[in-house]
Write a protein that binds this ligand. Sequence first.
Ligand SMILES: Nc1ncnc2c1ncn2[C@@H]1O[C@H](COP(=O)(O)OP(=O)(O)OP(=O)(O)O)[C@@H](O)[C@H]1O
Ligand SMILES: [Mg+2]
Length: 473
Amino acid sequence: MGRFQSSIRGKVNYAYYIGITLIVIIALLNYLNLVRISKKIEFGFVISELFDTTLEMRRFEKNYFLYGLKEDYSENLQFTEKAENIIKNNKEAIEKLAIKADVYALDTDIREYKSLMQKYFEQDKKHAPMEPRTLEERIREIGKKIVTSTEAISVAERKYMQTLIERSQRILIFSGIFLIIAGFFIAEYLTRMVIRPLKLLEESMQKIANGEFSFIPVLSRDKELLSLSKAINTMLVELELRQSHLVQSEKLASIGTLLFGVTHEINNPLSNISTSCQILKEEIEEADIRYKKELLSQIESETDRAKDIVRTVLEFSRAGKKENVNLKNVVNESLRLIKGEIPSKIEIRMEVPDDIVLFADKQKLQQVFLNLIKNSIEAITGKGRFSISAKRVKDMIEVEVKDTGIGMEPEIVSKIFEPFFTKKETKKGYGLGLFVVHNIIEEHGGIIDVESHVGHGTTFLIRLPLKEHKDEQ
Ligand SMILES: Nc1ncnc2c1ncn2[C@@H]1O[C@H](COP(=O)(O)OP(=O)(O)OP(=O)(O)O)[C@@H](O)[C@H]1O
Ligand SMILES: [Mg+2]
């Protein structure tokens, strides 16, 4: 048993052998029972023969008494002896059907009947004066008794046969029920020992497919499952290694672009600051106070601009912590933060189900909505509307951020996710908003797409995997 249980194949074989053994045992028991019944049926023929023989015996007895023919007497004698032999040869079996004493009485009756018949015949042959009718009456009486006894035995035999058949029916029904129950237990055993670990394996694989790279635990001691889990775990290590390399190089690439942009973008305010400082240095004594103030506020605003860029970059590169976050709460929070900047002419619509939970960095997700909402507000001139809606699509979440703003030309759409791409005037935007959004969505294993029509509006579609960490809830 121990040897079988170390593999799935062994377990299936084990259950199969148990099933086959049970079926063979039950079939054998039923076969033996049938053999017993067929023997009893054979014996039933013997009993009927005994009854028929006694009837024949009496028929010739009557004929003999009526016509006094010797042939009738010989026939009677033959049947009497036949009955005698049947009883002698089957004594034990007959005794099982009737009371021992009754069988003994039947035996004695037949013998007495035979001798009385003989006596009657002898007297008849010698033409001796007939004994008073008492001899004939005595013979008739014993004959009747013999027939009654054999009939009783025959009835008892039929009853016994009936109970035997009923018992076999019951045995058949019980063995059927037993086989069904045994089958159920065997199936249960197989489910518990084989199918359940497979199901757990499937669940673990599903988690991996959803991007949760957790190792497969030891689900069972089966050879096949152990080597399968080991192979998957090795593959996971390999995959994780490759993924981290990939993420690393992707990160390096985007940091490279960002760095190039940052140096370029910071260079402008820095050179402006530097120029203002030089002028100030040269003209500190000559220039009027208003001009000096103007130069100083230029330095201040250029410093602020450089500070803003640095802040955004720092925020972007901050390592976040992922947790289970409710999407509706995040959207509400973002709206609350930006509400003050939304003109009253803009109508806001929000359709996010209450129960969508994402495994995400709450602050970064909030940043995504803030940046998108900010862009939408800036794109709407005068009256307009923007909406945020979300729905579940299989194991993903689809979030749509839609506005009725100015829209974009296709050439602009192709550039919007690049760092420092902006169509806004210098003071209004740095062109970092959508670059940050794109990176955060990618960091969460999602994708972002955009559709825009000049003069009609823009729709951003975000797809995020719905992978909830139940244990962290
Ligand atoms: N909803 C929108 N409707 C129309 N144009 C948009 C929309 N969102 C973005 N854009 C265009 O894409 C450009 C890049 O957007 P992004 O958010 O990256 O930078 P920005 O808004 O210009 O500056 P920042 O967000 O850094 O303050 C914008 O300048 C704008 O021209
Ligand atoms: Mg923006």
